[in-house]
Design a binder for this molecule. Structure first.
Ligand code: PHE
Length: 442
């Protein structure tokens, strides 16, 4: 995303380019790695219901709000808040977003590093064996004192190189072809998984809610997952919004990006949980779940070798289209707020994030707390501030004008405005405070 925020503002060559980029940011390890493992640990179907609820009730309105802030201001997130509310501290939302970007990028690159290792193993043909052996492959890799560090750094360098290279030859070209391909592969995996003996149990786990599994923590985890997966609450989407032409319907854009993202997560779940049960595993495997389960499905497929290589390559690319959006937030901040040279900002950030990421490889505790603080704290709080900004700082007429800039009345305006002003801020705060145990409604 070179030139983001520069006066030429020529980051994307087409309308589809920027929407593909926003979808590229949203779709990533959050859908295929994080969603199934968090759902597996949070009791299954009830978590799914909550997750879907949060996507529709808060995810889409927050994403719409972010897009409209960015497009109205025609600036990245800091510039946007500064120009829409001059002299007020709203730009701190952007600062919080930068902090979140540092934390997310740090643990995200660790998991992306695992994915690269799996590309390597898939190419070598080593992802074979019994489910127990597959399990051991992951555990042994994680225990290695070298490879997890090495691949994490490789991933961070790849991310930096793409940002150095710029948007047009970076994201746009690849996202348009490769993301649909990833989608097709997941469907193939779904079909295979559904045909496994005992698949029904996994489908039941995923879709049949057991409400006794719900507590404040699970509700917060579902909300955090919704924010994380949609890349909202930290300014990434606002920045992309600044590149969307006025002729585009923002509400519709937010809805289609959100639904695509959600569909991919659910389809990933449909591939994984039947296999979990078919291979006699438990859904509460923690963050290794996908890596322990998927190779078993590939092993049962004709052409499994080719599929497994393709899958892990595409997953790495999906991770890259997300990580570049994270790195760009930090780089735009440093270069535009502090006048740092972009190339210097890119490599300095990569260096700092590398150190933080090493800590995440070294300690599960650091990994877990970076994840918790960003997904369950910073993104929801950022989301609250964003909707408050749209609901109370911007004029109602301005908000409406931006949402209707494509020239048609939007029928959902009143409900959107009501959610943004009254429901979302209160409900997100409530879920957050209840989840961290400040207030206690169970
Ligand atoms: N949404 C991305 C994913 O699901 C992760 C991400 C979060 C990217 C926040 C940018 C900002 O993989």
């Amino acid at each position: 995303m070179a030139n983001l925020g520069s006066s030429s503002r020529d980051g994307f060559s087409s309308k589809f380019g920027v929407i593909a980029a926003a979808a590229g940011s949203a779709i990533g390890l959050g859908n295929i790695w994080r969603f199934p493992y968090v759902l597996g640990e949070s009791g299954g179907g009830a978590f799914l219901l909550l997750y879907l609820f949060f996507i529709i009730a808060f995810g889409v309105p927050v994403m719409t709000s972010e897009l409209l802030i960015g497009r109205k201001a025609q600036k990245n997130v800091f510039g946007a808040f500064k120009s829409l509310a001059p002299g007020k501290p709203w730009f701190l939302v952007g600062t919080m977003g930068v902090l979140a970007a540092f934390l997310i990028l740090s643990f995200y690159s660790v998991v992306a590093g695992w994915t690269i290792e799996y590309v390597y193993l898939a190419v070598k043909g080593s992802l074979s064996g019994s489910p127990d052996e597959i399990n051991m492959i992951f555990e042994e890799f994680k225990a290695s004192q070298f490879w997890p560090y090495f691949w994490t750094i490789v991933f961070l360098i790849l991310t930096a190189l793409i940002i150095v290279g710029g948007v047009k030859n970076g994201i746009e070209k690849y996202t348009k072809i490769l993301m649909p391909l990833l989608f097709i592969l997941i469907i193939v995996l779904d079909v295979k998984a559904l045909l496994l003996p005992g698949a029904g149990k996994g489908i039941e786990f995923l879709f049949k809610p057991d409400f006794s599994k719900i507590n404040g923590e699970v509700i917060l985890a579902a909300m955090g997952q919704a924010f994380f997966s949609l890349s909202i609450g930290m300014g990434v989407i606002a920045t992309y919004g600044s590149y969307i032409p006025k002729s585009q319907n923002l509400g519709k854009t937010a809805l289609s990006v959100s639904l695509t993202d959600t569909l991919i997560a659910v389809l990933a779940g449909v591939a994984i949980f039947p296999a979990v049960y078919a291979f006699g595993m438990a859904p509460e495997q923690g963050e290794g779940l996908v890596f322990k389960v998927l190779p078993n499905i590939f092993n049962q497929m004709t052409g499994g070798y080719v599929f497994s290589v393709m899958f892990f390559v595409l997953l790495t690319i999906a991770a890259l289209t997300s990580s570049i959006s994270l790195l760009e937030v930090i780089v735009a901040y440093l270069s535009e707020e502090y006048g740092m040279k972009r190339s210097y900002a890119i490599w300095a950030t990569t260096l700092v994030v590398s150190v933080l990421a090493m800590l995440c490889v070294y300690s599960v505790k650091v990994f877990g707390s970076f994840d918790f603080i960003s997904s369950n704290v910073l993104l929801p709080l950022g989301g609250v501030l964003i909707v408050l900004f749209v609901g109370y700082v911007m004029k109602k007429s301005e908000v409406r004008a931006e949402l209707e800039a494509h020239g048609k009345k939007v029928v959902y305006f009143d409900i959107f405005y009501f959610i943004v002003r009254y429901i979302a801020p209160v409900a997100i705060m409530f879920v957050f405070l209840n989840g961290v145990g400040v207030i206690n409604f169970g």
